[in-house]
Design a binder for this molecule. Sequence first.
Ligand code: BGC
Length: 792
Amino acid sequence: MKRRILPLLISSTLAMPAAMAADAGAVLSPVMGEKASVAVWKDDKAKMDAFITDLMAKMTLDEKIGQLDLQSGIMANTGSLVNYEYEDWVAEGKVGSIFNNFTYERAYPLQKRAVEESRLGIPIIIGHDIIHGHKTIFPQSLGEVASWDLEVARLGAEIAAKEATADGIMWTFAPMADLVRDPRWGRVSEAPGEDVYLATKMSVARVQGFQGDDLASPTTMAATAKHFVGYGLSQGGRDYHSTDISEHELWTQQMPPFKAMVDAGVATFMTSFNDLNGIPASGSKYLLTDVLRDQWGFEGFVVTDYTAVNELVPHGYARDDKHAAEIAFNAGADMDMVGKSYMDYMAELVEEGKVSMEKIDHSVRLILEMKWRLGLFEDPYRYFDKERADRDILTAENLELARDAARKSAVLLKNDNAALPLALDDINSIALIGPLADNKKDMIGNWAGAGDRRKQPVSLKEGLEARLGDNVTINYAQGATYAHLHAEGDTSPHVGIRSVGRDVIGKPAHAKMIKEAVKAAKKSDVIVLAIGEEQRMSGEAASRVEITLPGTQRELMEELKKLGKPMVGVLFSGRPNDLSWEHQNLDAILHAWYPGTSGGHAISDLLVGDFSPSGKLPMTFPRSVGQIPLYYNMKNTGRPYNAENPNQRQEHYKSRYDDSPNSPLYAFGHGLSYADFQYGEVKLSSDHLKMDGELTVSVDVTNAGKHAGEEVVQLYTRQMVGSVTRPVQELKGFQKVNFAAGETKTITFTLTAEDLSFYRADMSWGAEAGDFQVMVGTASDNVQRLPFKLVD
Ligand code: BGC
């Protein structure tokens, strides 16, 4: 007999106003000094506890173990293992949560089987990777961070949650908060960039967007802080590779976004694949229990990454899957994603006394609590409303918001002779050339939820045609491919290994493409190049050793350059590329990232000057792959190189390369505008800051140009001497401000000792008195500096 125990016992609403939510348990983050936990569900805690205690009293050990298991459906997957029996396992109560199985048609019947066929009728959580949109795809995550606009990030996540929940998904595996310094790593496209301050702010904004004030609302979803921790520094930029990060670096750079997400009430955490300083993160008691639970007070549950428990075996940290299950579970990994080692061995481990019943109960309780907080015990079908998908997905409003986000994310890297915006009064024809010009599939980037690649995305060609109508002729040619030119007898690694970026194109086909492109260019006033990478070249398992533009794109550009016409590059890519050639040879470069479903419209808005670009780089762009890792907040070293010293002989035995400048091609925080922002003199309210005081930093910024635009005013500091060596620059604040043409605004920042705090030599958190510099400017390499002292 099937029973439905759930809805039944609970009637009260789970929501409470945000203002009431700063509950008694809130603590100050030792990291960013922000207020903690918006634990809106806590008003119901007594009722929830009683319900779960009662439910757990009815559960067998096997049913409890079932709650610890997460299986993948067949709608997507990122690992080689998929267990096709998952639907029956749900009905048998052997699996408590599912991902990659959504839409009303697929998810509702599965929930029904859980509720009606399993003995206790416990509903399942349905998850999916909702990263930068569900079906209305927003800009690729790294691009979205380039907006330096927290509302863009929050709203993007809110719309993603609204659409995903309309398709029966109530749990996302985002945001990814791994700090990154290596553009070879494909997953930089999903990352929040290289700076800890920006990454923290963006990650928290996304959690707030996904989760809203009330997890039980049918339009919000549980978020996941991932990957905990260190994955972003995979050695050599090779995915899944080891990480070795000093304690100081780990706590100063990698931990803060995760701590801040705990404080913001993130529902779940995901372990990371890498081994960190010798211990695989998915089996690290230090990370998952000592830090996350005991020190930070995280109250949600921890899920492993895809088969990460089993991977403790090849890591050489567990003898077999059973041993791996014992290690990971005892470390604090509550839920096993796909790997089945909890399902297969947990009962034995309990019987043998290797895993305690208390530990099982603790993890099961956390998972059931999340089901409660999602409102599933009140109504297991609250995320399955047949009409909502039509009503809430791909709405005109969502598409417009995605267009706005894409406009705000694009970064104008170079703009010589005001090549952009296109001077429409003087232009009769545009040659639109490149593999990303008449291209829909790549516009939405990687990790693009359930985004359609064939019809929905607006290509750049479509966007320009819609904007320009009959006024300007567009002469289109593809011109190049991502494939490499095949030379006779070519035995290079490009040939025959696998397809992504390693396809080859024969000479005749290449020659034909070039010919068409040259023909299109010859009859046009300006050349707009749509260049970059195929979306599959970044993302998971998409590391590259070369980060120049792939395939025959260079050959194409070299041919077009001979024509002597203005050339504007629109770059589509999920990583910082080596753009040294493009920088030298193109008049302007606009980095569009992967702009999303409305991308073609958004980029056209910028190209024709309806809006001004306002994005700033969240990651350093190196001059060559040889400079990697290259990031703005590096240490000074004992032998800092001074490129400006006129006596270069003195600079020989300094920290530098013989064959390259140290400086990047484009620095962190760089991004131009059609407006002309002039900075006045930076002023400090005092030449010193007291430990319990405030220092005001202000500057007048004027838009001296003819275009309106937004500027990201950036504030950095440097501690000149510390108990450990300190970075040459650290971002401490930013403001994105709108300026009309001719407008001046005074921008003010307030610095406190908390802003200057860090993990000191003894690993205590706090500031150190002494000499500092404050820097204000338009990019990390374009600032004014003033000295001040921090005094006791
Ligand atoms: C990725 C995670 C992702 C998971 C589920 C893994 O391969 O590393 O980020 O959430 O798959 O799709």
